[in-house]
Design a protein around this ligand. Structure first.
Ligand SMILES: CC(C)(COP(=O)(O)OP(=O)(O)OC[C@H]1O[C@@H](n2cnc3c(N)ncnc32)[C@H](O)[C@@H]1OP(=O)(O)O)[C@@H](O)C(=O)NCCC(=O)NCCS
Length: 189
C-alpha cells in the first residue's frame, strides 16, 4: 500500500461531487447528517450522534487519514460546495472497509453510487488496496444495491453491531477502470 498522504490528489472529483478529507470546521454540517435518526438507522450501532460524538467522529477520521493515508472523507456537492455526507475507507476488523452515509435530502439520485465509485477507484488505484470489503445490514437493500453497482459481490452473512449483515467483497483483479465502465445510469438512480 502507498505511503500515507502521498498518493491521492484531493479533492477527488466526479460529475456532481467533490470528495476530500474532513476538516474540523465540517462538524456542524456533518452533524446535520449524523444527528438524523433515519440516516443512522443502519450505520454503526444504529443511533444518531450527539454533536460531541460527531466532533469525535471527525477527529477519528482525521487521525485515520494522517496514519493510513485514507479515511472516511467528506462528500460535497460540486456545484455549491455543500457537505452532503461521507464516503470512504476505514481499516476495521473486516479488512479495508468501504462506507458511505448521505443526508436524507440527497438520497435517491445516484449520489452514493457516484461517491462510492470515487472511493473504489482511489482504493484499487493509487492506494494499492488489493481487496475491499463492505457490510450492508440485511434490512438496508439500498446500500446493498450501491455496492453491487460499484462492483462488489455478496460473499456471506456476518454479524456486525449485533445485527445480521451481508459481507461484500471487491478485488483488484475484478476491478474495471472507470473509463471502461458503461456510461450513464439506470433510470431512478
Ligand atoms: C444507502 C444510501 C447511501 C444510498 O444512497 P443513494 O444516493 O440513495 O443511493 P443511489 O441512488 O446511488 O442508489 C440506490 C439504489 O438502491 C435502489 N433502491 C432504493 N430503495 C430500494 C429498496 N427498498 N430495495 C432495493 N433497492 C432499492 C435504487 O433504485 C438504486 O438502485 P438503481 O440505481 O439500480 O435504481 C443512503 O440511503 C444513505 O446514506 N442511507 C443512510 C446511511 C446508510 O445506510 N449507509 C450505508 C451503511 S452500510
Amino acid at each position: 500500500m502507498s505511503a500515507p498522504g502521498t498518493s491521492i490528489a484531493f479533492p477527488l472529483r466526479s460529475e456532481r461531487l467533490l470528495v476530500r478529507p474532513f476538516e474540523e470546521a465540517d462538524a456542524p454540517a456533518a452533524h446535520a447528517v449524523y444527528g438524523d435518526a433515519e440516516v443512522m438507522r443502519f450505520v454503526g450501532d444504529g443511533r444518531p450522534t450527539s454533536l460531541r460524538e460527531t466532533v469525535e467522529m471527525i477527529e477519528g477520521y482525521r487521525r485515520h487519514q494522517r496514519e493510513r493515508g485514507f479515511a472516511f472523507w467528506a462528500v460535497l456537492a460540486a456545484d455549491d460546495g455543500q457537505l452532503i455526507g461521507d464516503a470512504g475507507l476505514e481499516v476495521t476488523a473486516h479488512g479495508v472497509e468501504l462506507g458511505y452515509t448521505l443526508g436524507r435530502p440527497w438520497w435517491g439520485r445516484g449520489l452514493a453510487t457516484e461517491a462510492a465509485e470515487l472511493c473504489v477507484d482511489a482504493a484499487l488505484g493509487p492506494l494499492g488496496v488489493r481487496c475491499l470489503v463492505a457490510l450492508a445490514d440485511e434490512h438496508n437493500p439500498r446500500s446493498a444495491r450501491v455496492l453491487e453497482k460499484v462492483g462488489f459481490t455478496a460473499e456471506r452473512r456476518v454479524t456486525a453491531y449485533g445485527r445480521p449483515h451481508m459481507r461484500f467483497v471487491h478485488t483488484a483483479s475484478g476491478a474495471q477502470p472507470r473509463s471502461s465502465r458503461p456510461q450513464g445510469r439506470p433510470s431512478g438512480s
